[in-house]
Design a protein around this ligand. Structure first.
Ligand code: FMN
Length: 365
């Protein structure tokens, strides 16, 4: 029976376990989205993950709307990410870069750029900005003529990721950001080749993934989706039809793995009564399937044992427990995460969570 402690092949990479680190935005870069030394420390502390998926990382100024998040569109970004990936590799780890265009979630106060999306829509709620929380503004629909330029931005970021030493890239197609805004009919009102039927709404996803695979290799290309329920106001009238179709398309492109964030009705990072689409996607997608949201050791082991998943990503548990695989292996208690420091700057609540393996024996038993 497969367990979380078994190795798994992802493309040409062998991951020593199936306890992976979920992408986590932490806001420890500079205002120009340049990675810092602190980020190298943070990620290398977590190198015992089977695979680290980086925080969402902007592909362009247009797509970046999170204060102090990382970017991957300039040489300076590449040079500083290289420090991070080298320290992860030196510590024995592996790391994919999550490629991010936020679409309508970008706030113009960050870089003076009006947000773009599939259609002229406005996200509900308020954006994190350098001047506190501010209401979102209406997005400008991307002109069909701009799509090649947009795909070019993804390609540039993917090439930069490999030059910076990442082992691969994960397209962020989840959580109500740009690709998700094109996928779902609640935010995609287009009448051209990128809107309307499912075949058209999955077109941008397919074209971007094909371009990434052509650039870095399909064995180094992964995707994250969040099929069930609403994400930041982005929703679909028929998730059970849309997402298996998207997964089947990704299957035929031969990507390295597909990760799904699917909270349940009692979810603690988003919740929904809508059933997970993962069982349908499992049939449509033959490659490694990675599940996420509110997993612990027991649920993770059960998902692998029943064949529902091939690996699990842990978000908040990895955030607060740099040595999570060690703690799971020894059934040790976990540090709780401190929400106040999720996105705060500085070392506190970032690189300060204690490791059980460095604590005196009596503290861990
Ligand atoms: C602080 C924080 C930052 C996050 N940033 C990202 C992100 O950059 N990209 C992404 O796809 N999901 C992001 N998420 C969602 C997580 O990857 C994950 O789906 C969520 O935490 C649920 O998993 P968990 O129950 O294991 O924590 C973030 C979640 C948290 C708590």
């Amino acid at each position: 029976m497969t367990t979380l402690f078994d190795s798994i092949k992802v493309g040409r990479l062998t991951c020593p376990n199936r306890i992976w680190m979920a992408p986590l935005t932490r806001g420890r870069g500079t205002r120009d989205h340049v990675p810092t030394e602190l980020m190298a420390t943070y990620y290398s502390q977590r190198a015992s993950a089977g695979l680290i998926i980086s925080e969402a990382t902007g592909i362009s100024l247009e797509g970046s709307g999170w204060p102090y998040a990382g970017g991957l569109w300039t040489q300076e970004h590449v040079d500083h990410w290289r420090v991070v990936t080298h320290s992860v590799h030196r510590a024995g780890g592996r790391m994919f870069a999550q490629l991010w265009h936020m679409g309508r979630i970008v706030h113009p106060s960050l870089h003076g750029v009006q947000p773009v999306s599939a259609s002229a829509t406005t996200a509900p709620g308020k954006a994190h900005t350098y001047d506190g929380k501010q209401p979102y503004v209406e997005a400008r629909p991307l002109d069909i003529e701009e799509i090649p330029r947009l795909i070019g931005d993804y390609v540039n970021a993917a090439r930069n990721a490999i030059n910076a030493g990442f082992d691969g890239v994960q397209l962020h197609a989840a959580n109500g950001y740009l690709i998700d805004q094109f996928l779902r009919d609640g935010s995609n009102k287009r009448s051209d080749a990128y809107g309307g039927p499912i075949e058209n709404r999955t077109r941008l996803l397919r074209e971007v993934v094909q371009a990434l695979a052509d650039t870095v290799g399909k064995e180094r290309t992964a995707v994250r989706l969040s099929p069930n329920g609403d994400s930041q106001g982005v929703d679909d009238s028929n998730q059970a039809a849309l997402f298996p179709a998207a997964a089947a398309a990704l299957d035929s492109l031969g990507i390295a793995f597909l990760e799904l964030r699917e909270p349940g009705p009692d979810g603690t990072f988003g919740k929904t009564d809508r059933p997970p689409v993962a069982p349908l996607i499992r049939r449509a997608f033959k490659g490694p399937l990675v599940l996420n949201s509110d997993y612990d050791l027991a649920r993770g082991q059960a998902a692998l044992a029943t064949g529902a998943a091939d690996a699990i990503t842990f978000g908040r548990k990895f955030l607060a427990n740099p040595d999570l695989p060690y703690r799971f292996a020894h059934n040790l208690p976990l540090n709780p995460d401190d929400q106040k420091t999720w996105y705060s700057q500085g070392a506190e609540g970032y690189v300060t969570y204690p490791e059980a393996r460095s604590l005196p024996e009596e503290t861990v038993t």
